[in-house]
Design a protein around this ligand. Structure first.
Ligand SMILES: Cc1cc2nc3c(=O)[nH]c(=O)nc-3n(C[C@H](O)[C@H](O)[C@H](O)COP(=O)(O)OP(=O)(O)OC[C@H]3O[C@@H](n4cnc5c(N)ncnc54)[C@H](O)[C@@H]3O)c2cc1C
Length: 404
């Protein structure tokens, strides 16, 4: 029987060092510029595609690690480089996770490569679940998909909000209601292929942080997609809806299934930002002097740094546990996926604020990256389920009660 170890294997340390090198050499030098420009950093995406950091093959390799750790390891390094550019590179992964969570193998083969494009012409993908009136309340989606027997097409109508890469994506993965009577159980995921008429995005949203990542509302007006574009296929959908009508458990719901698989990865993003801020503050505290000594030798600063390191390590351990559980098909009986994202998100917000404080006035300026890191960190307590929603998932799991 194999013993327990938290030591990374050689493939994992090689991956970590390789992605770290890209983050240090390519992402970091570009971070402030793309944050100010508030534009998608295509030159960085193209460079990442050329080197194999962005693309179908890299994601497939990271995902195939049987320990589950390669994806969080690589993600942490990218977001250590910069969160806005990191999300510009990893946003496609959310749409791919949506296909993976609910799709048939042939749907993965057909659509995942189109999400990424190729090394000469990289593309992006978007996962469109949230709506203006319903973010946390996933049962409140109104976007409708109706099946047109005559043409074997699904017709999608509705408005999606906050979609990362929305409107600039090659492939949109959309959650829509197929049977409103069934509430959250009456939803399904759909692929909207490249160039499909009726997909519009009028407004790129201006944000507090993650400004290099494109976030937009997307409108679907009589969007017709082939019948084969419903994730999981029509037969499985019909069987699932029939079970739901009979009041049986129907194997979860499209958007939630995606979020379950992606939460540890989002936790790893938050760990990357927190670690970047901690390392910057530690270096600064060793050099900056006050009252005749480096500020790191003042106990309150040293204790802050000690707490930051401890909390970041604790968050990473929760992320790795959840990633391992997810990859090993160990059920999240206590909401472990949510725990990892909740802890890491809250640590990122707290640690980046502490980093600003350790830099004093300098930390509050754009001369140092910690103010950007703090703006970026706040998202990790909001998207992929707010901290309250993570606490709901955990408290329901541990109590067996329907906590509201
Ligand atoms: C930069 C960015 C990128 C995003 N990318 C995507 C994307 O790619 N795809 C996508 O589908 N969505 C995306 N989102 C949307 C994101 O997932 C939602 O904003 C998030 O789920 C919260 O939903 P909401 O904004 O509607 O807030 P609301 O649901 O209105 O929540 C408002 C507040 O009420 C609290 N609250 C709500 N319900 C409860 C409850 N039952 N108990 C206690 N508190 C509660 C929340 O925690 C929050 O504090 C993105 C958002 C942002 C800002």
């Amino acid at each position: 029987m194999a013993g327990f170890s938290l030591e990374l294997n050689e493939d994992q340390t090689d991956l970590r060092d390789w992605v770290h090198g890209f983050a240090e050499d390519v992402i970091r030098p570009a971070a402030a510029e793309w944050d100010e420009r508030e534009e998608t950093p295509w030159p960085v995406i193209k460079e990442a595609a050329k080197l194999g950091v962005y693309g179908f093959e890299s994601l497939a390799t990271w995902f195939s690690d049987p320990t589950g750790l390669s994806l969080p390891i690589a993600t942490e390094e990218l977001f250590w480089g910069d969160a806005g550019i990191g999300l510009a590179l990893m946003g496609t992964g959310l749409a791919v996770a949506g296909i993976f969570a609910a799709g048939e193998p042939e749907q993965l083969v057909e659509w995942v490569p189109a999400c990424f494009g190729d090394e000469d012409d990289p593309k992006l993908a978007a996962f469109c679940a949230s709506e203006p009136q319903a973010g946390s309340d996933v049962a409140g989606y109104r976007t409708r998909a109706r099946y047109d027997e005559a043409t074997d097409e699904w017709v999608i109508n509705g408005q999606k909000a906050w979609a990362t890469n929305g409107g600039i994506a090659n492939v949109h993965v959309v959650t829509a209601v197929v049977d409103p009577e069934l509430g959250a159980r009456g939803q399904a995921g759909f692929i909207v292929p490249p160039g499909t008429p009726g997909v519009h995005s009028t407004r790129k949203i201006r944000k507090h942080g993650l400004r290099a990542s494109h976030t937009a509302d997307v409108f679907f007006d009589d969007v017709r997609v082939p019948g084969r574009c419903v994730l999981g296929g029509r037969e499985r959908l019909a069987a699932r809806l029939a079970r739901a009508r009979e009041g049986q458990r129907a194997g979860g719901q499209a958007a939630m299934a995606t979020f379950e698989t992606t939460r540890p990865t989002v936790g790893a993003m938050a760990v990357g930002v927190a670690r970047a801020a901690y390392e910057y503050a530690l270096d600064y505290a060793k050099q900056r002097e006050a009252f005749g000594r480096p500020i790191v030798e003042h106990q309150s600063i040293a204790f802050d740094l000690a707490n930051m390191r401890m909390e970041i390590d604790a968050a990473r351990l929760l992320v790795w546990r959840a990633a391992w559980m997810g990859r090993s098909d160990v059920p999240f009986t206590a909401g472990e996926g949510s725990m990892s994202k909740l802890k890491a998100g809250e640590v990122a917000v707290w640690a980046t604020e502490r980093a600003i404080h350790i830099l004093g006035g300098a930390g509050y300026t754009r001369e140092h990256p910690v103010e950007r890191m703090h703006r970026d960190a706040k998202i990790f307590t909001i998207f992929e389920g707010t901290s309250e929603i993570q606490r709901l998932v955990i408290s329901r799991a541990i109590s067996g009660r329907h906590i509201r």
